[in-house]
Write a protein that binds this ligand. Structure first.
Ligand code: ADP
Ligand code: MG
Length: 443
């Protein structure tokens, strides 16, 4: 199949051609016709498989071909959980609106409210936004949704995690009419919390799913490494920096403080690195992301702020210095590499404080984590069923560690592969504060 087969407007096809894409990805082939039929949809496929165009193209087609419900109101609203992702989507959208009568606006937190108000007065056809700031404008009556034809939620489940349900409900209520089409996109829509979203927002939805969230991503090599404590994790990080062919690397950690400290560890190891956290002001956040995307530095250290959706094609490695508390975030974090057919490495460090998260991740993935060891940096910690001091000795006795594996659900000593000294990782957060799940949205 080629893009011409999808029956899209020639202006859209020219933009696709400009991107150099000849063939729609699998999810685009499945989702585009389904969106064009006009039904509410839940669309899931692995990270990096082209979901953005799977909604932008049919959305644009509908806006170009059908008569607007209202002359003044926004016709389509795309919501994303973070400012960074909203910006990325907006950048893609701009290409598609060029040479068409469709206009677009980006409305995210951290930027001047009055400027945004002026922008909204010009009645853009499509708005790309983060939910919090968008709702502020809705309440302030700078925008109206009675004529909204399409509501699109990218990384829909993450908005739920971040506590955006009240905003989504309010937006839904403001745009409640039977002609509205609602689309949910994510790599992980098959966990039960998502039901709350689908019940609230979707009417008789059709499901387009290519694979499921727990399926192994064939382009991402995943490794887990035990670590005893924070110092040990830092030594493992230094090992990775020394031995892995890193082009660009994203390190995920639990706290903002850590994001800043680990950036220093990377710099000490000869890598250019920056920390991205919600503590930075919007100008600084923009600068960090722009420079990283432009390859101006090699390592981005961040919290889950950057786990979703960001499409950075030079990222060869992802390190989970701490494991995420929400297991689906693991899938999204590692999905910052191995995008659009490229290969990636994901290394997760597992210390005593990561144990509960590891078990949740194994449950979500429905398979045990595969552990590797780094020569000279082998952890005594192998799981919590025995005191840390004894764990090293116990691991040597295979019978004992097999029993332990049964209890803990982690791989037995036999499945722990001795890896060449070259390959290594990290992924836990000993001694660190738990991830802050914001109840109050940041945007
Ligand atoms: P997802 O949202 O599924 O994680 P994205 O929409 O961010 O994935 O797309 C991942 C990458 O694939 C992007 O760099 C995008 O430009 C590229 N891409 C999208 N569609 C195609 C296509 N049809 N052919 C080749 N590359 C594509
Ligand atoms: Mg995406």
């Amino acid at each position: 199949m080629v893009f011409q087969d999808l029956g899209l407007d020639p202006r859209l096809l020219r933009s696709v051609q400009h991107l150099g894409f000849a063939t729609p990805t699998e999810i685009q082939q499945e989702a585009i016709p389904a969106v064009l039929v006009g039904r509410d949809l839940m669309v899931s496929s692995k990270t990096g498989s082209g979901k953005t165009l799977a909604y932008l193209l049919p959305m644009m087609q509908r806006l170009l071909k059908s008569r607007p419900l209202s002359k003044q109101d926004a016709r389509a609203l795309i919501l994303a959980p973070t400012r960074e992702l909203a910006k990325q989507v907006y950048a893609q959208l701009r290409l598609f609106v060029s040479n068409t009568p469709v206009t677009a606006a980006l409305i995210v937190g951290g930027e001047n409210f009055n400027d945004q108000e002026k922008l909204l007065k010009r009645q853009p056809t499509v708005i790309v936004a983060t939910p919090g700031r968008f709702l502020d404008h809705l309440e302030h009556k700078s925008v109206f949704l009675q004529g909204l034809e399409m509501l699109i939620l990218d990384e829909a489940d993450r908005m739920l995690d971040l506590g955006f349900m009240p905003q989504l409900n309010a937006i839904n209520k403001a745009a409640e009419h039977r002609l509205r089409q609602t689309l949910l996109f994510s790599a992980t829509l098959d966990h039960t919390e998502v039901d709350e979203l689908t019940v609230a927002l979707l009417k008789n939805p059709f499901r387009v799913a290519l694979g499921s969230g727990h399926e192994q991503h064939s382009d991402i090599q995943q490794q887990f490494i035990f670590a005893d404590n924070l110092t040990h994790k830092e030594a493992l990080l230094a090992h990775v920096l020394k031995h892995e062919p890193v082009k660009q690397l994203i390190i995920f950690t639990a706290t903002r403080d850590d994001a800043e400290r680990l950036a220093t560890v990377c710099v000490d190891n000869g890598f250019s690195a920056m920390g991205l956290s919600a503590r930075l002001n919007q100008g600084q956040r923009n600068a960090v992301m722009q420079q990283f995307a432009a390859g101006k530095y090699q390592v981005l250290v961040t919290t889950d702020l950057a786990s979703r959706g960001l499409d950075l094609l030079q990222v060869t490695h992802v390190i989970n210095f701490d494991l995420p508390k929400h297991p689906e975030e693991y899938v999204h974090r590692i999905g910052r590499t191995g995008r659009a057919g490229a290969k990636g490495q994901a290394i997760s460090l597992v210390g005593p404080k990561d144990w509960a998260s590891l078990q949740k991740i194994e449950g979500f993935l429905r398979r045990p984590a595969e552990f590797s060891e780094v020569e000279g940096l082998v952890a005594r910690f192998k799981g919590p069923t025995e005191p840390v001091e004894k764990a090293g000795k116990a691991a040597a006795k295979s019978a004992k560690s097999t029993t332990k594996a049964k209890h803990s659900g982690k791989p037995s000593a036999k499945t722990v592969k001795k890896a060449p000294a070259k390959v290594f990782f990290q992924g836990g957060d000993d001694g660190l504060a738990p991830v802050r799940r914001k109840k109050t949205p940041q945007d």
